[in-house]
Design a binder for this molecule. Structure first.
Ligand code: 6GU
Length: 276
């Protein structure tokens, strides 16, 4: 899977080098490129925001850098056989892509107004995700669906949001989704994108060594997971539930199911079907 991330804080994504996802990148299962939105500005101050039309508090992200960033990423994949970075150097500069190279700016390849209308989508078309507290809520089912995509572009907004026309333009070039982690407010999309990439990435075949560990975990069957124990059988006066230590696998399966149901009823009754 290819993942492009557009952000004004590329440093947030250093954590993608470690653990399972870092390994998946080394193994070539995940191809992640982080793009600095400011590389698509042309003024001395590399301005990415401005005051909202109509007044109000806060600043809004300007559409022009977003348009250029999306064009650079989507033109590159749309072009047959394009395997290098937008700067054309086969990513020799590492995975934080340096779009400041003059060759990227104003290539003339970007879609003009005539191209800015919706077109038929294919399975392999890129999906553009804008993290937003105003989006649909991210779930395990959505992570599973997205783990089958071949290319996802994440656009991280900051400030009061991104100029609405950016979403309309993105719609003309890709499938676009606004996605929220839940009902609370973050300062920007970066942390949300890290969470989504981890949830999606671990579902891609080959990323997790033992795929069975994916089956029996919270949310995969709509319930919370059962509690786990390891040695010693007694620790600081706390004993492991005896059913787990006597080798009766049928009894263990029944106990674990009961624990899942009890836990879900107690902390997340919203996950259970309505009582008859
Ligand atoms: Cl995806 N973005 C922001 N800024 N805040 C959020 C969120 C996303 N999900 C929950 N809160």
């Amino acid at each position: 899977m290819r993942i492009d991330i557009v952000t004004i804080f590329p440093e947030y994504f250093g954590a993608l080098d470690v653990s399972l996802l870092g390994r998946a990148r080394e193994d070539g299962i995940l191809d992640v490129k982080v793009h600095d939105l400011r590389a698509f500005t042309h003024d001395r101050h590399r301005t990415v925001d401005d005051k909202p039309y109509g007044g109000g508090a806060g600043m809004v992200m300007k559409p022009e850098p977003w348009g250029e960033a999306l064009d650079a990423i989507l033109d590159q994949v749309a072009a047959p056989g394009a395997t290098t970075d937008a700067d054309g150097d086969a990513n020799a500069d590492g995975d934080i892509v340096d779009h400041d190279a003059a060759s990227v700016v104003g290539t003339g390849l970007s879609a003009g107004a005539a191209d800015a209308r919706p077109r038929h989508r294919r399975e392999t078309d890129p999906i553009v995700i804008f993290p937003s507290p105003a989006g649909e809520v991210f779930t395990q089912a959505m992570a599973r669906e997205l783990s089958g995509a071949s290319h996802i572009v994440f656009g991280c907004g900051r400030y009061e949001g991104i100029d609405q026309r950016v979403f309309e333009y993105a719609e003309s070039r890709a499938s676009v989704r606004l996605v929220s982690l839940g009902d609370y407010v973050l300062n920007g999309g970066e942390v949300a994108v890290m969470a989504m990439i981890e949830a999606i990435g671990r579902l891609i075949p080959g990323v997790i060594g033992n795929p069975e560990s994916l089956v029996e975990e919270s949310h995969e069957d709509g319930l919370l997971e059962y509690p786990s124990y390891t040695k010693p059988a007694e620790w600081r006066g706390y004993a492991v539930p005896p059913v787990l230590t006597n080798g009766n696998h049928g009894a263990i399966a029944v106990w674990r199911r009961e624990q899942q149901l009890e836990r879900t009823r107690r902390v997340r009754p919203d996950l259970l079907p309505p009582a008859q």
